[in-house]
Design a protein around this ligand. Structure first.
Ligand code: AMP
Ligand code: FE
Ligand code: FE
Ligand code: ZN
Length: 274
């Protein structure tokens, strides 16, 4: 039997990727992936259409989400795998998160205007197809409007965590994110910890129900990978990984850059059944 591989971190047009669920599946197929997880920010609307296409393409779709949380102004992403994405209360909670994203977007657009950048909120809605709107959409609109030369410049000069037009304070806490994922039967995983390097917080969250660490990620160095593998072993945490592909949203396509052995999916699956 040939070895099977998975990518457990992929966005779609329902959040801030330029790839539709169909394009994601087609490209996953090209990369010979057996399973993928669709992990849109605060949105599960791509899961149903993806599941319908999955049969046609013979690819396994793992229902998932990437919840945006915040701890003392620090942006903490919590992934949830094998969630009950049809849970009614969860749908309501996601809707509230997306409403807060719209209010935050209005504030950011105002700040950008004070910095000479004119962004129309309608153009942002169009990009996200009524899913989750966020900073990557602003960056794309700025690029299109000729305000910046690339996405990186948009974050560096205007909307990055330390830049003048950034607005925080709209997200739930990591504890709430983990609580929600556990409530809907999912496995909560700390996303790309190497981008934060806050191991104290990560270990604190284990007592709040965190079950895994995203070890394999394009932003992780080889040293990061070894470091987080050690932590996962020491604290008996599950290991995940994925490309965090945003289509052309991050200028180059990441799908295919991270492929993890299917055994990791089986371990996640077993844990979700428990
Ligand atoms: P938001 O949830 O609206 O705060 O936006 C988060 C999105 O912006 C995620 O997709 C991040 O990966 C992306 N992001 C954050 N910082 C940067 C950066 N410096 N360059 C490119 N993308 C970024
Ligand atoms: Fe994103
Ligand atoms: Fe993330
Ligand atoms: Zn992501």
């Amino acid at each position: 039997m040939p070895k099977k591989f998975a990518d457990l971190h992929i966005h779609t047009t329902l959040s801030d990727s330029t790839f539709s669920p169909k394009e994601v599946i087609e490209r996953a197929k090209e990369h010979k992936l057996s399973a993928i997880a669709i992990t849109d920010h605060d949105c599960v609307d791509a899961i149903e259409p993806a599941l319908q296409l999955a049969e046609l393409y013979g690819i396994e779709i793992i229902p998932a989400v990437e919840l945006s949380s915040e701890d003392n102004d620090l942006e903490v992403h919590i992934l949830g795998y094998f969630i009950d994405w049809r849970d009614k209360r969860f749908a309501y909670e996601l809707n509230e998160m997306r409403k807060r994203r719209i209010e935050r977007m209005e504030k950011m657009i105002k700040k950008l205007k004070d910095h000479g950048v004119e962004i129309n909120i309608e153009s942002i809605f169009k990009l996200s197809q009524c899913g989750s709107i966020g900073r990557l959409h602003i960056a794309q609109a700025m690029l299109k409007g000729g305000y910046v030369k690339n996405i990186k410049e948009a974050f560096r000069k205007y909307i990055g965590d330390k830049a003048p037009c950034y607005v925080s304070g709209f997200r739930i806490s990591p504890q709430e994110a983990i609580g929600t994922i556990n409530r809907i039967g999912g496995i909560a995983v700390f996303a790309h910890p190497g981008t934060l390097k806050k191991e104290d917080l990560l270990l604190d969250l284990v007592s709040d129900g965190l079950k895994g660490i995203e070890v394999y990620h394009p932003d992780h160095s080889q040293a990061d990978i070894l470091h987080y593998l050690k932590i996962a072993t020491k604290y008996k945490l599950l290991v995940t990984g994925g490309s965090d592909c945003h289509g052309f949203g991050k200028e180059h396509i990441l799908l295919g850059s991270v492929r993890i052995p299917y055994e990791f999916v089986e371990e996640l699956k077993d844990a979700a059944k428990r």
